[in-house]
Each structure stands twice: as structure tokens, then as C-alpha cells.
Ligand binder design. Sequence first.
Ligand code: MOS
Length: 739
Amino acid sequence: MAATAQAVIGKDVARIDGERKVTGAASYGSDFALPDQTYAFLVTSTIAHGRVRRIDEAAARRVPGVIAVYTHLDMAGKVKPGKLMADGGYMGTSIQPLTSPDILHDGQIVAVVVGETFESAREGAYRLDISYHQAPASAGFGDAGVETVAAEEASKSHEDPKIGDAATAFQQAALRIDASYSTPTQHHNPIELFTTLCHWSDGKLTVWESSQNVWGYKYGLAEQLGIDPNDIRVVSPFIGGAFGSRGSLTPRTAIIAEIARQLQRPVKLAPTRDQGFTIATYRAETRHHMKLGATLDGKLVSLSHEAWEVTSRPDNYMVSGTKATTRLYRCPNVYSKVSIVHADRNTPGFMRSPPELPYLFALESAIDELAVAAGIDPIELRRINDTQVEPIKGLPYTSRSLMACFDAGAKAFGWHDRNPKPGSMRDGDWLIGWGCASTMYPTAVAPAAAKVRLMPDGKAIVQTAAHDIGTGAYTVIGQVAAERLGLPLENIEVQIGDSALPPAPVAGGSNTTASVCNVIAKACDRLRHQLFQQSNAASTKDMSAMSLASVLGDLPKEGMEAYAENLPHGTKPDSIGKLYQGHSTLAGGSELKDRIQFAFGAEFVELRIHRLTKEIRCSRLLGAFACGRIVNPRTARSQLMGGLIWGLSSALHEETEIDQASARYYNDDLAEYLIPVNADVRQVEVLLVPEEDKAVNDLGIKGLGELGNVGTNAAVANAVYHATGLRIRDLPIRLEDLL
Ligand code: MOS
């Protein structure tokens, strides 16, 4: 660690981009505008399965201002379908609309109308007359037309963790829990819609689109459009919410780019909210069958987690959260199996804590059921089964502070005052329920590259193609550079979100802070080294302790630049090369050969449920989290607080409803897709439990963005049980479930 003038890492500092955001100076994807730009409006299918029979464009073309109409008849062969990200590609789906008349899901793009104004394009789109050959559509679970495939058959790389003989151990166990759970379809609904703006100039394409993966987009678009990736630039300095929905390319971008190429004018697309439900990705519904066997004193002897996930017809997308749930507790006999269910749906994708949120709901509900069956406090049951070594391969956790989190959280929450008897705690007509659950999230670190340039006036410019999805990436990057260079934070200019910058990984799997801060630190150290080597002062002193001020005068006008790459533990040497082809290599979690790395936390929920009406109110949320070194407690707290609220939302509010007969979504707007409002969220408390982990990476950073919303849903369900004695195993929990 450089002993520089000031410690900036770990300081509670305000966002360096905060002022730009609140004054409107920050430009989000759709804020960019170009002279002579045209406007595109999408037309999406009103059936989930079948073919386009006929499209009558006459009325649309008569709308004043309409420039062009594009359907599969015009676009077939112009844009190549891309590979799914999980299969080594860049896409969120392999379904590329407008390549044929085939319809594979509700709301698939079937036409694009381009106009001189947004209004003319929209009017033209509304006047397009489309008829279909409709085929039967399967919505998902419970539908006869679905096809269920074991994940191990669907994907060569998939492995179902198991050890020992879980079936026999379960049969012989003194205590047994055997229960099924389910979680619903959910949509991210970032406030910024799924817009894109594409412009060609001298054969080169620029795309302004909010993205969690600018380098990935550049390479994916190059493949789809059949051009050199070096002729593509993706610009995304500010992002109005992403949560996984902008991590992989969606089909719209190449379509709009191709139309802009044909028209030789910039084309801007601003889809509607309901279109966002079907042209982007979502969290698929899941089902779980849990079997826990334990001794009378609460020791787990058998754990079995079977799960099913819905996906589209062509894609084997899955989240497979058993990698986490089979490793949370000590258990000698573990079985797991994931299956995927192909239905007539669009391909699901990453949505905040993709595997852990649904899978830990099942595990942490079942653990609570076991605690009740054993007559043991649920925190004590977790302590009995706590471990520093994961049970599948016997690998040590780099650090694991789960029980420290429970202890700190229980103290702050007042857990020892809890009467465990359901329905025993009341406030007048309100039944009080207290529930808790564990959270865990893999610590992923990815290769990254960065440049730092120091100017003679003592200002520094830091460049890396990282992404700030609202998490505070600008600020933590600035903090690391300020500390390593020994400069005030206001001297640091952070440039990110542009594929013209040195590559950084996808902002996914909560890896950004750990991946990017480590490479920034390296670039800064290298710059110091270069600088002092060049100046004569270097020979005698420890360079890391020297002030830059003494050598600034020696700098040329254009300053001095240093470049660095970082290859984290567990990544192969060629992963820098892959990074330069838009592929991120996330290493960590349970994927490493010699160790396992996760962040942990404990979540507590207080519910008030009305005795007569069964109205459910959440009066308190509290989370205690240990995530290695905290670069900025303010942005960390903000992420975790948002996570707790979203976790509450996943338990009580959110569900995308699907019409079983037509396989179409019917609450695809923010009026009917429920999310918590301020009145639903009363007291939220976040405790940061100190944790030092030197193994995860040089700076000791664990990701925390996705840790907060895992486990909250189970804590809510466990609190419902404590308040009412009713065990609700299917989310979301609504008052009709309690009547
Ligand atoms: Mo996260 S779903 O990896 O943005």
C-alpha cells in the first residue's frame, strides 16, 4: 500500500458525478441528439408463437413524415443473429427478429417504422396492418407444450454440485423438511427505457446506448453487421438503471444500426415501457424442491435442492443458483439438480443477483422451517451449521463473516426480545412478525485495463471502459486514483463508459469495483514509478512515499501516461486477449480450483400484519453485511439499502403476470407491475461489518451491489410465518394468501 499523503479509499465522500446528475448536465443514452436524426418506432407481435402472414404498409406510408417501413421482407439477411453470452457470444438472446416471418415470443419485433419525428413514426407504426398465422403457445410451468431438459444435458459446462448420499441420509434423518417453493417472472424496468441512437460517418458506426458492456457491444455488433469492430464505438457515460438488462446486446441495436446504414441518417429509437418487457431480458420464474435432513440438535445431514427455470425455445439460458445454495452450510450429503423448461417466451437474462435471489429464497425458507421443527432459534441453527470450508470440494472460504453479520444484526435489531411462538407478538390489531435470512454473493473479479495520465498542473485523467450503472463507479475509481497518486480527489477526472477507452469487464456479477479499482491502482503505481525513474530523485528514496508535487515541474506539456492490465487470481493468461475481444472473464465464487470466495450478510425484517384485513406492512428492514474492504461507505450503504428494498419488493410486490392461454404478459406497465413506494418502506438500516480479506485481490475488495437483495424475500416469508403461523412458499406474498 502506497504511503501517500492522504487516505481516500474508505472515506465517505459524495459522488463526484452527483452534481452533473442532479443538474441535468449528465447525458444518458436517449439524451444524445444529432442533427438530421430520424426516429424509429417498433411494432411488436401480438401473438407469442406463429408466423407473420401479411403486412400491409400502405396506410403507414401515407402518414406525413414517415420515411420508411422495415419488416423481415426488407431486413432478412442484413443482420446476423448473435450467440448467447453464456455460449461465448455477446447477446441476451439468439432470437434475431426480422430475419424471417417466424414469431417465437410475445412482443417480438415485427416491423420498424422510421419518421422525421417521433410522432410520425409512432403514428405510422399504429397504422401498420399485420396479420398472423397463430400457433399454440406455451407460457411456462404447468403448460403441456413445454419441454423440460436437465441442465447437465443442455450445457456441457453445467455441473450439479453433489457429495455423499443425500437420499439415504434424508431417509435416516431425525428431522426432515420436504417442501416446494416458487418465484415469479420479474422485469427490471430501469427508469431509462431501452433506447438506442446509431449514426454512421465515413463507414464507421457510433452507438449511443446505455450499456453495462461497451466493449462486448462493440464486438457483438461487429459480428451481427459484418464489419470490423474497430469501426464501431459504443458510448454510454451515464446509465439510467440497468440491473443486468444492459449487460448483453439485445436484437434492437443491430437492427437500428442497419437501418441507419441504409438511410444514411442517424436513427434514434425510444421504445415504450411495455415494449421493454419483451425486447429486453427478464428474470424467469423458478420452482424448487428442497429436502433438508438434520439431527435433533439441528446439524444438517442431508441437503437436496432441485430446481426448474423457464427459458425460451432456442436458448439454454439458466442461472443455476445451486452453486451457492449447496455451499452455504456444512453438510456431508448434498444433492442438486437444475432443469430448464423451454416455453414460447423471450429469452430470460441477468436481473440483479440472478441465481441467488430465487435460489436462496428456497434454501433460507427451508432453513427457517427446519429451525421451527427443531425448536432452535433460526440464527443459532445457522451457527450450528456454519463452516469456513465449503462442503462440495472441501475448499476454504477466503473469508466468511456470516455469523459476525448475524451477531451484529441481531444486536441492532433487538432479536433477543423475539418470542418464537407464531402470532405471539402483537401491537393492538397488528400481528408482529420477525424473520431473518442469510445472504451470500460470489466475489467475482475480472481482467481489466486502464490508463492514467498526469498533467503538469497536478491533474490526472483516469481512463477505463468501466460502467457506472448508478452504483458510484466514477467515485470509487476517483478515490483509488487520488490515494495512489497522492492527489486531492477533485484533481482526478474519471473517464468511463466508452468503448474507445481501454477495455474493462461487463458491469455484471458485482465485479466492477474489485476489477477496476485494482487495475487503476496498478496504473497509478506504474505512473509514479515512471515519473520518479525519470527524475533524479528516484535513486535514494522509497518512491511510493514521495510526493508528486516535487516532480510535476519535470513533466512535458502533454503530461505522462501509464497503462496497466490486471489479471486476477483464477484467470488464464489469455483472458486479457479475450478482454480485447469484448469478452469478460469473471473469476470467483465457487468456480476457483483452490478456494471459494463470497461475501455474506444477515438480513432482518419486521412485518406488521393486520389481524382482520391481513394487510402486510414492513416496518423495519435491517441488513448487516461483510464485504471485504469498503472503498466508499456512502455508495456501499446506498447499494445495500437499495438491495434490501428490492428484496422486499421481490417478496411482496413484483410479479409479471402471464396469460396462460396466449403466453402474453398482461401487466406490462408501471401502473400494474407493482413496486414498493415510499409508504411501503419505513425504516431501513445497513450495517457494514468490518472484514479484511487479502486473498480476493490486492485491494481486498469484495463486490456488494447484488448482495443486498438476496435473502430478503426469505426473511419476509419467515416473518410472515412468525406473525401468522402460515408458511407461504410462493412469491409474491399477497394478503389473499393470508386469508
Ligand atoms: Mo447484475 S444482474 O450482474 O447487473
